[in-house]
Design a protein around this ligand. Structure first.
Ligand code: KDO
Length: 336
């Protein structure tokens, strides 16, 4: 190497080292700011995507200039379901994690993946904002190193079919390729409903319905609207099989580093975001049947007792129920 190229190489290395030292979290830290990267599979129009802007604005008001919130939507930063790993590796600071993803590491949590356990959004929030929530969140902290800042209501899951079909009981779903997110806990729910569950990421559902690789999907009505599934399906069957929640989480490593004042600010901001999401989703769910009918979809109601009994029986005799702490289901049922 000539002297010139040696010095060029040295300055390249110095630049690289500098650039690495000034990686985004480092650079922000130097300014006294903490980076909060958010990743969600939700599309921009969805309330639980918009709620992150509520969190960001709220946090900026409570702790001006202290946090840098970066919001990544539609699975553009991390794929659905990979958020807990990204958080453990220090690559992600905020996400709304499903009961299904929590249940992989905290099996007791699978109680909330079971159909027809949580009755409605109010029941969901009371369970998780009360003693049951506190006990389970302690396990989440121990086993996943995540702090739950707030539960939120994702919505009540309904069946959404590509072609019209008479659906009264689980037997009517026999052979139906029902798309579920890709984990065994989700696939079990599809099976318990009587269908043939097919794993697929959220981002591929629209195309799957359009091309016919799947016959149906299940999601709350606000998601059917925001992800435009109504464009590629003909029927909604109101099974209301899962009152679904998500949990806004932050890694313990980050949480433990914050001052009590900044912890309070972040928790307040997360709760404000969850409240905003819940209010909008609940209002939306009530009005969406008319919207979906106006789009040409048939909306039917099945025999709910038949679905409830069959799904509950499937869970109670499954291995999932074996790890539910004794008395937990009764305590959840008794929560008013
Ligand atoms: C879905 O993939 O069906 C699901 O509803 C599962 C939820 O846990 C959650 O990941 C949600 O998608 C996304 O946030 C997109 O709405």
């Amino acid at each position: 190497m000539t002297r010139l190229s040696i010095s060029a190489e040295l300055s390249r290395r110095t630049w690289l080292a500098g650039a690495m030292a000034l990686s985004l979290p480092g650079a922000l830290q130097a300014q006294g700011k903490t980076l909060l990267r958010v990743s969600t599979p939700a599309v921009a129009e969805d309330w639980h995507a918009r709620m992150w802007t509520v969190l960001k604005d709220h946090l900026e008001r409570l702790a001006p200039g202290r946090f840098e919130v970066q919001i990544h939507l539609a699975g553009s930063l991390f794929k659905q379901g990979t958020e807990p790993v990204a958080m453990a590796r220090g690559n992600l600071e905020l996400a709304s994690i499903s009961a299904f993803d929590i249940a992989k590491l905290v099996p007791q949590f699978s109680l909330f993946t079971a159909g027809y356990v949580i009755r409605d959004p109010d029941h969901l929030m009371k369970v998780f904002n009360g003693p049951v929530g506190a006990e389970l969140f302690k396990l989440v902290s121990e086993k996943m190193e995540l702090t739950v800042l707030s539960p939120l209501y994702l919505g009540t899951r309904q069946l959404n079919l590509r072609e019209p079909r008479k659906v009264m009981t689980p037997a009517d779903l026999k052979g139906l390729k029902l798309r579920m997110p890709g984990s065994k806990e989700w696939l079990f729910l599809g099976e318990a409903l009587g269908a043939t569950p097919t794993p697929l990421g959220f981002g591929e559902v629209y195309l799957g319905l359009k091309t016919g690789t799947i016959d149906a999907q299940d999601n709350p009505l606000p998601t059917v609207k925001s992800a435009k599934f109504y464009e590629v399906t003909k029927q909604i069957t109101l099974t209301s099989h899962l009152v679904d929640g998500l949990f806004i989480c932050v890694p313990n490593k980050l949480w433990d580093r914050l001052s009590p004042e900044h912890r309070r600010a972040l928790q307040d901001a997360a709760q404000a975001a969850a409240r905003y999401n819940n209010e909008q989703r609940i209002a939306d769910e009530q009005g969406l049947i008319a919207f979906l009918k106006a789009q040409g979809l048939t909306v039917s109601t099945p025999d709910l007792d038949a679905f409830r009994q069959s799904v509950q029986a499937a869970y109670l005799k499954s291995d999932y129920a074996k790890v539910w702490p004794s008395g937990l289901l009764e305590r959840v049922n008794a929560t008013r």
